[in-house]
Design a protein around this ligand. Structure first.
Ligand SMILES: [Zn+2]
Length: 324
């Protein structure tokens, strides 16, 4: 046997290729900020911008023309408070963005996914209501659920095709599902960040979304990076609570988790190539240490091969341009 027989030419290699990546597999994250004509580059994420609503519409049009599957929307509110009220404000920044995007021609070609969390909207930067006991602070799980449910309902009403809770509170999927159904939004799917690890690779995102915790860290609600079995339990619970799709995060340092989820659960599944994965590749591109196009595509291919149906990635536009 000579394995090299089928590697002799590009047409032969293409014929026997087991995994494909297409622009339609990509979800492009957008960070929407107040103002008009605003396009502010995130210092730690070359090519990623905070954009005002009008610029977000322009981004959506470009994404649609490239065949990208959808957008994942985050918000940078005008002001923050203890509860994160900006998250469910009818006039909140993402709600405004959704209404404008829905008016655009691009909307019919893209899935508009709204991130549901409080950390971008709370003054303390945590993903829920803070409770103090003695000298320690923590996020209070159950009071947070109602706020997340309100945010999900508000975002769905504003036009989100899918709501995506990313907070890692226990019971949030059920709370959100119940609230959506009660408001006549029973056809709005929930994409649950079911398996989200407390990761150093989120660092640059906190620049982009201005959501760094002002004290402590997120280890009491996000998962310990050492735990694969626990990730499967988290997914199981979210599906029981009514999640329609699941999202795994981060991707590259957790490809075994992505693969195990693919083996264990027959539901649509995405993986989030997070900010740190993007930024470290860009740092190497800037140094000339890695080839931009090849390393980018290989990083995406690996995530698909591990089992993800779709990939949330800051490379969406760059990769789509190469794959068209
Ligand atoms: Zn959060």
């Amino acid at each position: 046997m000579r394995m090299r027989r089928l590697r002799r030419s590009e047409p032969l290699r293409a014929l026997v290729r087991e995994t494909s990546i297409n622009p339609g597999d990509f979800i492009y994250p957008l960070f929407i900020c107040p103002g008009e004509g605003v396009r502010r580059e995130v210092p730690s994420m070359p090519g990623v911008f905070n954009v005002s609503v009008d610029e977000a519409v322009r981004e959506a049009e470009e994404a649609a023309s490239l065949g990208i599957g959808g957008l994942l929307l985050f918000g940078l509110p005008e002001s923050k408070d203890e509860q994160g009220t900006g998250a469910w404000d009818e006039n909140g920044i993402v709600q405004q963005g959704l209404r404008a995007l829905k008016q655009s021609a691009a909307a019919s070609k893209l899935v508009l996914i709204a991130d549901v969390c409080l950390c971008e909207y709370t003054s303390h930067g945590h993903c829920g209501v803070i409770v103090e006991s003695g000298k320690t602070f923590d996020v209070d799980n159950d009071p947070t659920l109602n706020l997340l449910a309100s945010a999900a309902v508000s975002l769905a009403r504003a036009g989100a095709d899918v709501v995506a809770p990313s907070d890692m509170m226990d019971g949030r999927v059920a709370a959100i599902r119940r609230a959506l159904d009660a408001e006549g939004l029973s056809l709005t799917p929930v994409l649950s960040y079911a398996s989200k690890f407390a990761s150093a690779f989120y660092g640059p995102f906190r620049d982009a979304a201005d959501s760094a915790p002002q004290f402590g860290d997120r280890r009491t609600y996000q998962m310990d990076g050492a735990n694969l079995r626990e990730a499967m339990r988290e997914i199981d619970l979210d599906l029981d609570e009514g999640a329609d799709m699941i999202l795994m995060k981060p991707a590259m340092p957790y490809l075994d988790v992505v693969h195990a989820a693919r083996e264990n659960f027959d539901v649509p599944m995405g993986a989030y190539q997070v900010s740190g994965e993007y930024s470290m590749l860009h740092a190497a591109f800037q140094k000339g240490w890695l080839d931009h196009d090849r390393a980018m595509l290989e990083s995406l291919l690996g995530i698909r091969r591990a089992g993800a149906d779709f990939i949330v990635t800051y490379f969406a536009k760059d990769a789509a341009k190469l794959l068209r």
